[in-house]
Design a protein around this ligand. Structure first.
Ligand code: N7H
Length: 441
């Protein structure tokens, strides 16, 4: 089995709190930082073991990750064997389909961020207190560069991202960790998420074992604009769907799931909230149906749907040795609810979106592959499909996508971007022993 007390808690199960603060820092003085990493930060880091038992979960959990320039600042000369990580996200932005860096948070545009603290708790007050206490302990060896506060949405929307869809329901099971995978859940080798574990085929320094690459992206979402687009472009099936139902169906087909989480592959015309809420059934589908032709039939789920682009299931032959293009997602929404004024004007005036976090042992196989090679390719999984309506080719203001209308799969729809990349960074989340044995010495 895995050494769960050596693996930071966010990687395999997520810190899953109502509020999460991403605190990006630079190391002002490595000689002063190292002993404090050992004495002040290390004891506060939340492990997987601690998270698994409610009795050992701290009030405020803490994880830490470093960028390549952060590791370099600490004097680490070993290469971790991941070129995307080594270069940082800023130089990778064209590969990700971003339209330059004009929309990037200025702090992400470069390599000045050395690391990130992830604080999670039930309340913002708890987080503020934990951050203030850590800042006091660290003094001026660390400089705060930028922070982003994430929060679960209120009331019934908890667990749903800002467009309204239930999120976080399809992470892979990990071999040797997840006791009983749910029907339809993919099972990945531990080495797909953790460096140096079985299935990770890249040569790594010994101390990197049980670490994981953390991809952070601040993805703004144009929620009232998205809602207006659905109202303006309903699926039309007279006598079957009302206008509202047609609009809801278009949104569900863009994602591949209804707002409840129910997959359109199993609930093609109307939402089925019981299905959406049932983990034993809401991943139990492959897009393949006995009496339908998998390669041409889009009546249930468009080829371009977000969850089909990012996990094509039966569309691809099974990969010998297991699925490698899988990530552990641990993001959280940020920003306020849509105001009445924004809803009335169909226009965003205050930024909101997804603080996207994914963990993988290989950024090129994980996040970057999903973003560039699948979501960003208009000819994947079939020629002429169009890019992913949610995250595909954000550099292109007019994205032509087919298959969204179940009554005519050849019909195309031209979509503006509803997601704006504000940039991010690539980090490495080391094991506890790597911190005490290598990074802090
Ligand atoms: Fe996506 N959304 O609300 O539309 N995503 N995503 N994502 N996403 C998923 O399965 C969303 C983004 C994946 O195994 C769901 O838990 C939004 C990036 C993967 O079936 C919903 C944004 C990348 C899956 C959303 C965003 C991915 C997935 C369904 C940006 C990687 C699982 C709920 C603002 C490059 C696929 C769920 C599977 C699911 C949404 C970003 C990847 C609702 C709004 C950048 C692998």
């Amino acid at each position: 089995g895995l050494n769960l007390s050596d693996i930071q808690g966010d990687v395999l199960i997520g810190m899953k709190k109502n509020t999460e603060l991403f605190y990006f820092f630079s190391i002002a003085n490595a000689m002063d930082f190292k002993p404090k990493l050992a004495s002040e930060i290390f004891p506060l880091i939340t492990t997987t073991t601690q998270l698994l038992d409610v009795n050992t979960q701290p009030t405020t959990t803490l994880n830490i990750a470093f960028s390549q320039t952060g590791l370099t600042a600490l004097g680490v000369t070993d290469t971790l064997g991941d070129s995307a990580f080594a270069g940082g996200q800023f130089v990778d932005l064209e590969n990700l389909g971003d339209p330059g860096s004009a929309n990037w948070v200025p702090h992400f545009a470069g390599t000045g961020i050395h690391g990130v603290f992830l604080f999670a708790s039930d309340t913002e007050d708890n987080i503020d207190a934990a951050a203030a206490s850590l800042e006091a302990a660290l003094g001026d060896c660390v400089t705060k560069v930028y922070t982003l506060l994430g929060a679960a949405r209120p009331g019934m929307e908890a667990g749903h991202e800002h467009f309204g869809f239930l999120d976080g329901i399809s992470n892979p099971a990990v071999d040797g960790f997840t006791a009983s995978p749910m029907p339809g859940q993919s099972v990945v080798a531990a080495g797909t998420v953790l460096l140096g574990e079985s299935g990770d085929k890249v040569a790594r320094p010994a101390w990197a074992k049980d670490g994981s690459f953390l991809v952070f992206r601040q993805l703004a979402q144009l929620v009232p604009e998205f809602a207006k687009f659905l109202i303006d472009n309903p699926v039309v099936e007279p006598g079957v769907l009302t206008a509202q139902q047609g609009s809801d169906l278009l949104g569900a087909r863009m994602v591949g799931r209804w707002k409840s989480g129910a997959p359109v592959d199993l609930a093609p015309l109307f939402d089925d909230p019981e299905l959406g809420a049932d983990p034993a059934r809401n991943n139990d589908f492959t897009f393949s149906h006995p009496d339908e032709t998998l390669a041409t039939n889009q009546t249930r789920c468009p080829f371009s749907a977000h969850i089909r682009k990012t996990r094509p299931r039966a569309d691809l032959p099974p990969i010998v040795g297991g699925e490698v293009h899988r990530i552990m997602r641990a993001g959280i929404p940020y920003g306020p609810e849509v105001s009445d004024d924004e809803a009335a004007a169909n226009t965003t005036s205050t930024e909101r979106g997804l603080a996207f976090v994914s963990y993988q042992s290989n950024i090129g196989n994980g996040f970057r592959f999903l973003q560039q090679t699948w979501a960003g390719d208009a000819d994947f999984v079939h020629a002429g499909t169009g890019v992913d309506p949610i995250i595909g080719e954000l550099a292109c203001a007019q994205r032509v996508i087919s298959g969204l209308d179940p009554t005519d799969s050849t019909k195309t729809l031209t979509l503006p971007n509803f997601v704006i990349s504000r940039g991010g960074e690539y980090f490495f989340t080391p094991s506890l022993s790597a911190i005490s044995g290598t990074l802090a010495v």
